[in-house]
Design a protein around this ligand. Structure first.
Ligand SMILES: NC(=O)C1=CN([C@@H]2O[C@H](COP(=O)(O)OP(=O)(O)OC[C@H]3O[C@@H](n4cnc5c(N)ncnc54)[C@H](O)[C@@H]3O)[C@@H](O)[C@H]2O)C=CC1
Ligand SMILES: O=C([O-])CC(=O)C(=O)O
Length: 311
């Protein structure tokens, strides 16, 4: 199976590293516009093959899309990341043009590919890719909820002082500092509601920390995070290529689901060889439904900025 990652920066290269290390795909192509950069990242990763023991072939390409031909999955991580103090939404002016031209190029050489959109603002970039390519909704998947949920489980596990892998939980809604919805009511510690173990004020803090998880890391690192984002993309790609049908919150076109139309936002999806194979209804309560609707208003507002790009 072949995966192309466009944008060999922090997130793209980490994703390639995790995919190869875990043997998720037989071939990974890293592509970037910076001369020699993707080739360098690919060579560096390949020089781990004998020490970490993998057989994936990773190659780099400076903007030559012929090398990406026949990819099963294409991941778009090209574009600028935010700096401390910025929101993801401020990236739209530069990233919209990049994501649109990249999606045109990848489809020319991999017309059957499933596209995973990572560049921010991710929900709007997913909507842009869907509208610009005209592909069916199952083939355009926005990655954000997998990462936000892993952060949610991290903060829950820290509050519980128990291992993160014993914690279950999901974040839906927009992938933004104010639009994420950590589903605290449904989160569990090995099947028991987390509210059996944590007081409401602690749960509220876990939710608040999750929502600004990306901003906190951006403040600490000077640019946005890459280890958990890259690993989250690899987790999603694994479920596609190996037809695992995992339930992962992803940004997908909503056509009435969760009360929304003509918008891409994070909802729980079954992810398999056809991409988005189903959207799962988790029965939100009235308070969660109100948060989802408020989040949709903000994402829709951002999508309005695409009018000139899509014209
Ligand atoms: N959806 C999510 O959960 C997350 C999204 N992101 C987003 O992912 C994007 C990438 O972040 P980083 O890897 O940290 O940035 P980075 O700056 O390290 O890498 C971006 C790469 O894209 C390349 N690039 C720019 N224009 C290109 C084009 N037209 N074709 C090919 N390559 C091009 C650049 O040369 C650069 O190497 C950002 O927009 C960031 O906000 C980051 C983390 C999580
Ligand atoms: O925070 C950012 O800008 C990058 C991102 O989406 C994340 O790490 O969640």
């Amino acid at each position: 199976m072949k995966v192309t990652i466009v944008g060999a920066g922090n997130v793209g290269a980490t994703c390639a590293d995790v995919i190869s290390y875990r043997g998720i795909a037989s071939e990974v192509v890293l592509l970037d516009i910076k001369e020699g950069f993707a080739e360098g990242k690919a060579m560096d990763i390949m020089q781990c093959a004998t020490t970490t023991g993998f057989n994936t072939r990773v190659i780099g390409s400076t903007n030559d899309y012929t090398k990406t031909a026949g990819s099963d999955v294409v991941v778009i991580t090209s574009g600028i990341p935010r700096k401390p103090g910025m929101t993801r939404e401020e990236l739209i002016g530069i990233n919209a043009g990049i994501v649109k031209s990249v999606s045109d190029n990848v489809l020319e050489h991999s017309p059957e590919a499933i596209i995973v959109v990572v560049s921010n603002p991710m929900d709007t970039m997913t909507y842009l890719t869907l509208k610009a390519t005209g592909l069916p909704k199952n083939r355009i998947i926005g990655m954000g909820g997998a990462l936000d949920s892993s952060r949610f489980k991290y903060f829950l596990s820290t509050a519980l002082d128990r291992p993160a892998n014993d914690v279950q939980g999901m974040v839906i809604g927009g992938h933004g500092d104010t639009t994420m919805i950590p589903l605290t009511r449904l989160a569990s510690y090995n099947g028991s509601p987390v509210s059996n173990f944590l007081a409401q004020d602690v749960l509220d803090k876990v939710a608040a920390d999750t929502m600004v998880g990306g901003a906190t890391l951006t403040g600490l690192l000077g640019t946005s995070a890459w280890y958990a984002p890259g690993a989250s993309v690899a987790y999603l790609v694994d479920s596609i290529l190996n037809d695992q049908k995992k339930m992962i919150p992803c940004s997908v076109l909503l056509e009435g689901e969760y009360g929304q139309e003509d918008i891409c936002m994070g909802v729980p999806c079954l992810i398999g060889k056809n991409g988005i194979e189903a959207i799962v209804d988790v029965n939100l309560d009235d308070k969660e439904k109100a948060l989802f609707s408020k989040s949709a208003d903000a994402v829709r507002n951002m999508n309005d900025a695409l009018k000139s790009v899509l014209a």
